[in-house]
Unconditional design. Structure first.
Ligand code: 5AD
Ligand code: SF4
Length: 445
């Protein structure tokens, strides 16, 4: 490690999902190991990294906007290194498009070769070259990359990469490659290490965690992995995402019910309540199967919260299809929902469908859906008033520095009066008031 590197700083802008967050934590971990310091001040950083997302068009537009804005930084400081990586770069032709519009970018790489970032950086610094390297196929899983985690209380651990599902609207399988699972031993060792460093809560991640284990030599599946992780001593809470309804088994639901560390929360993206659209989306379940799973989850797991993803305005969506979505949403009564306006993605089957929905109809339906979801969340939150909840204290509240903030086991956000030395601990909080998206209370012990 040379001394001149020690004072150098880097700034990372991360777009998109938790997978990208975790990739950024790895980029940060590698840079720290090389002696760089992280900064939140983009305009004075020595290295600026954009870790991009392409799941919807607005995520891409944000990156283009920000790249335009940093052009002047590079003009002022020619030593500034600008790197772009992540899903957006993995799309065919995108890296060239970016280089044509923003020729001052130094390094471009994709989702399969992020572990090579230190090598690219060294080459740019020593040889003064511009690097563009996108691998079109996934590589073997690379273990042991240092991770610089955002929180010291809760951590994300990826258990599998990629997706094989090819939902017709989605670009992820094209930019993240096929499903590959990590060996359970590597996952357990990482979690044990985190617990020994004081982490209390782990969220295990994958595009479709329910198909974990396929292709591994060991005798394992997702339910068995959950039970194994539950045995890690010192771990307090275990969460997971994302579950695909077509692969969620009863065995997994029973594992959640039986294991004391698995939190009572399940994210189960439905995407649409219309059987006709679910078929065209290539989802491989219908509303009956989905609602069966919801009933079983609610029956087996007391106090469970259910969250989801929903797309509005998929090609060909009629008012009747949309009513089916509203009807399903009202039956399930989600505790939170990520709602998206359908966004056309290059080279996906849905992009080629002729019956695209006009923007004004998409927006009008979106607003109706948001109203219904929010109404149900408010009703659900009201039920917590007067109860005592176990909260893992994550830190000081974002909106009010005199308060603490954390989540209940089932994922409800709680802002509360409490003692500052509780950060990182599990405490009991009496809930006095429900707000639209959070609960307010007071620590009792
Ligand atoms: N348009 C809108 N939303 C999308 N999603 C994925 N692809 C698209 C798209 N083309 C949503 C899905 C998925 C979530 C991560 O993003 O709801 O579950
Ligand atoms: Fe995309 Fe479907 Fe895979 Fe989820 S399961 S990442 S929505 S293709």
């Amino acid at each position: 490690m040379s001394n001149d590197k020690l004072n150098k700083t880097y700034f990372i802008a991360t777009y998109g999902c938790q997978m990208n967050e975790e990739d950024s934590e790895k980029l940060s971990g590698m840079l720290k190991r090389f002696g760089y310091t992280r900064t939140e001040e983009r305009d004075t950083a020595d290295i600026i990294i954009f870790n991009t997302c392409c799941v919807r068009e607005n995520a891409e537009n944000k990156v283009f906007g920000n790249l335009g804005a940093i052009k002047k930084l590079k003009e002022k400081n020619p030593n500034l290194i600008i790197a772009i990586c992540g899903c957006m770069m993995q799309q065919i032709g995108m890296a060239d498009k970016v280089l044509k519009t923003f020729p001052f970018v130094d390094i471009i790489f994709g989702t399969h070769n992020a572990y090579k970032f230190p090598e690219y950086l060294t080459r740019v610094q020593t040889e003064g070259v511009q690097i563009k390297e996108i691998l079109d196929k996934e590589t073997e899983i690379v273990e042991g990359i240092p991770i610089d985690r955002e929180s010291s209380v809760k951590a994300f651990v990826t258990i599998m990469y990629g997706c094989n599902n090819f939902c017709t609207y989605c670009i992820v399988p094209y930019v993240r490659g096929r499903e590959r699972s990590r060996k359970s031993e590597d996952i357990i060792n990482e979690i044990k290490d985190l617990v020994s460093k004081g982490y209390k809560e782990i969220t295990i991640l994958g595009q479709n965690v329910n198909s974990y284990g396929k292709g591994l030599e060991e005798d394992i599946n997702f339910a068995k992995l959950l039970r194994k992780i539950n045995e890690v001593e010192g771990l307090e809470r275990l969460r997971f995402m994302t579950s695909h309804p077509k692969d969620l088994t009863e065995e997994v639901i029973y594992a959640i019910r039986d294991c004391d560390k698995i939190c009572e929360q399940i994210h189960l993206p439905v995407q649409s309540g219309s059987d006709r659209l679910l078929k065209v989306m290539n989802r491989h379940y219908d509303r009956e199967r989905y609602l069966y799973l919801i009933d079983l989850i609610k029956k087996e797991i007391p106090d469970v919260t259910i969250t989801t993803d929903i797309i509005v305005g998929f090609p060909g969506e009629t008012e009747e299809d949309f009513q089916d979505t509203l009807d399903l949403v009202d039956k399930v009564k989600y505790d939170s929902a990520f709602m998206f306006i359908y966004s056309r993605r290059n080279n996906t089957p849905a992009d080629k469908m002729e019956n695209q929905i006009p923007d004004d109809i998409k927006h009008e339906r979106f607003n109706r859906l948001v109203d219904l979801v929010n109404k149900n969340i408010a009703i659900s939150n009201k039920n917590y008033e007067g109860t005592v909840q176990e909260v893992l204290v994550e830190g000081v509240s974002k909106n009010d520095e005199s308060k603490l903030s954390g989540r209940t086991r089932n994922g409800k956000l709680v802002n509360f009066e409490g003692s500052m030395d509780s950060i990182g601990k599990l405490v009991n909080v009496e809930i006095n008031r429900a707000q639209p998206f959070s609960l307010v209370g007071k620590q009792i012990d």
